[in-house]
Ligand binder design. Structure first.
Ligand code: ADP
Ligand code: ZN
Length: 610
């Protein structure tokens, strides 16, 4: 880009990072990756969401001669990505089906003449003879293959066009390629390397920890009501995502939030395409807004200031849960992953597996994934340790999850579980959870007298525990595989082979104590390994003022607010209170172009307020 900055690649990379993007230092492996690709090497990069993958190809593209080609399946987001680059003074454009022929011709000319640094293309576009010829007759600095897990036929984001990307290796043998993904597992990684012919590429695998995300999983009682309590006590002014299993529940939940004064929109695959796209665009642009969605909503949601991700239903696997919660806190500021989970979730997910069309082997895989997810929900130890362990990473207690902050109480649950198992057995394994709990608690219902269940020896032996407590015990018995829920019309409970040793007293069962829901309190951060620095009252006032300035500016320019400046940058400005352009230059996230565009306005706001 600028040849006289010095021959040392590392120094040049750092210079671009500072002057263009305004960041003082590379994060994690970014620096190494940038140097490797900038000097012509191929790379396979695995980094969690929010880890900072984009710079890994953007900076090499700026350091090398020619145009960097970014292959991405996310057509809807290309405009925002290009806007964000233009804001920092990088010459970027995209080629996709949303633009006119004339516009595409114009971009093609820029590519050919090298008057551009980066061009984004969808994979199907790239594979057209016209596009391949364009790139063959232009100078290409690198190919970046974003969301590279789309090449995996086993993953849920599979795109057939991605398979054909191996052609890049054959037709452009001298152009470095960098493939990037946030999908962690070994199998997907091997598949990407194989299908994209990147077996010889250097692999960069980052830690998958997201220390700024606080995980908590609570027992579901009222569900939606708990959600409102959570949002209004922890994140009243913030943007977030709420995941639900069904389309109907998505719409009902969005309505419910709106009725309670929380601005929310819905997103699911059954909605009309234009409405869906409009909601997504609104979510990306606005602040203080909640998206209620099925898992159809997600890939490439690059909004950095999503402060919370909630699950009102149990995800099918830890992979899914981690990917969805990973959309919180990309900007590195504190964020929450909150889930409410209950007996019904376990029953429903087990039934969905039983009733699915999949063959037995696949059902077993689904079952194992669900078991791992249940293990996370019921764990007595640190959630983050469990999560990272699942991805093969060892760690210690984190201090920033619910079980670390308020350690759950466990107790020897052998006797109550034995009572539960015998009750299921005594009613001939033909009744659902509700009835079994009624029998245990000695309730007087029509069904109990009709079946003479008040004559059973187990009748009333569990009267000392509340219905909620029994539900928690039953849920754990199902999670532990002692009990299954039949998918007959009655959802009757059945004992498994694992129940026998417990009934005979040969095996003890450790349970998690049911905790009466308490209003969430913000625990002090002193014990946590993740330090959140609060703004003082003055700083908060400056921050609020900057946010409203940002909103106006973003509207004027027709870009999302975070493209102007991210929260992290505004927070730092509020703390540093720069009274001159030079002081502002040192703030992380303020590069040269933004200094020119916005410097005077920011300094004026600061001076006016101090
Ligand atoms: P990913 O694509 O891996 O999810 P992004 O590339 O979108 O992550 O980066 C996530 C966030 O981190 C962005 O807000 C980006 O501006 C910020 N970021 C990336 N690298 C750095 C860095 N070296 N210093 C400070 N912030 C960074
Ligand atoms: Zn923890």
């Amino acid at each position: 880009m600028n040849p006289d900055i010095g021959a040392d690649l590392g120094a040049r990379a750092l210079h671009v990072l500072e002057t263009v993007f305004g960041y003082p230092a590379f994060r994690g492996q970014q620096g190494e990756i940038v140097e490797h690709v900038a000097s012509g090497g191929d790379a396979l990069v695995l980094m969690p969401t929010g880890g900072g993958k984009s710079l890994c190809y953007q900076i090499p593209a700026l350091l090398r001669d020619g145009v960097g080609v970014v292959v991405s399946p996310l057509i809807a987001l290309m405009q925002d990505q290009v806007d964000a680059l233009e804001e920092v003074g990088v010459r970027a454009a995209f080629l996709n089906s949303t633009q006119s022929f004339e516009e595409a011709m114009r971009i093609e000319r820029l590519v050919r003449s090298g008057e551009i640094d980066l061009v984004y293309v969808a994979p199907e576009r790239l594979m057209t003879p016209r596009c391949l010829e364009l790139f063959e007759s232009s100078r290409i600095s690198l190919f970046a293959i974003d969301e590279a897990h789309c090449v995996s036929q086993w993953g849920h984001d599979f795109r057939p066009e991605y398979i054909r990307l191996s052609i890049l290796h054959e037709r452009f043998p001298n152009v470095p390629r960098i493939a990037l993904t946030a999908t962690a597992d070994q199998q997907t990684r091997a598949e990407i390397a194989h299908r994209l012919q990147l077996e010889d590429a250097r692999q960069f695998v980052s830690s998958f920890d997201r220390p700024n995300i606080r995980y908590s999983i609570v027992e579901k009682t009222t569900g939606r009501k708990q959600l409102i309590d959570f949002i209004s006590s922890e994140h009243p002014q913030d943007s977030g995502i709420v995941y639900c299993l069904s389309r109907k529940k998505v719409e009902e939940t969005a309505d419910f939030l709106n009725e309670h004064g929380i601005r929310a929109m819905a997103y699911h695959a059954g909605m009309e395409h234009t409405v869906r796209a409009a909601n997504q665009a609104r979510f990306l642009r606005e602040e203080n807004i909640v998206m209620v969605a099925t898992i159809a909503f997600g890939m490439g949601i690059d909004k950095p200031d999503v402060r919370f991700v909630c699950h009102l239903d149990l995800p099918k696997s830890i992979e899914g849960y981690y990917q969805e919660t990973g959309r919180a806190g990309r900007d590195g500021l504190p964020a929450s992953a909150w889930m409410a989970y209950g007996l019904q979730d376990v029953v429903l997910q087990r039934r969905m597996i039983d009733e699915s069309e999949a063959d037995e082997t696949f059902k077993r895989v689904l079952s194992m994934k669900l078991d791992a997810m249940l293990g996370l929900c019921e764990t007595l130890s640190c959630r983050r340790m469990r999560l990272l362990d699942y991805f093969g990473e060892r760690s210690g207690p984190c201090g920033n999850c619910d079980t670390c902050l308020v350690p759950p109480v466990s107790f020897d649950g052998t006797v109550p579980v034995q009572k539960l198992l015998s009750a299921i057995y005594r009613v001939d394994q033909r009744f659902a959870g509700g009835h079994v709990i009624d029998v245990l608690r000695g309730a007087q219902t029509e069904r109990i007298s009709q079946w003479h269940h008040d004559k059973l020896t187990v009748y009333g032996v569990g009267a000392d525990r509340s219905e909620q407590e029994w539900r928690a015990i039953l849920r754990q018995a199902i999670a532990l595989g002692l009990v299954t829920v039949d998918h007959d019309a009655f959802s009757s409970l059945k004992l498994t082979d694992l129940a026998r040793p417990v009934l005979k007293g040969e095996q003890k069962v450790q349970l998690r104590q049911y905790q009466k829901p308490v209003k969430a309190k913000r625990p002090s951060t002193s014990r946590s390994s993740y330090e959140e620095t609060e703004l003082s009252r003055d700083e908060q006032a400056i921050f609020d003022r900057l946010r409203s300035w940002r909103m106006g500016t973003a509207r004027e320019h027709g870009v999302p607010a975070y493209v102007v400046f991210q929260d992290a940058t505004l927070r730092e400005i509020a703390k540093v209170k720069p009274s001159s352009i030079d002081q502002l230059r040192g703030v992380s996230g303020v590069g040269e172009k933004k200094l020119v565009s916005y410097g005077d306005e920011i300094v004026a706001i600061i001076n006016e307020m101090s």
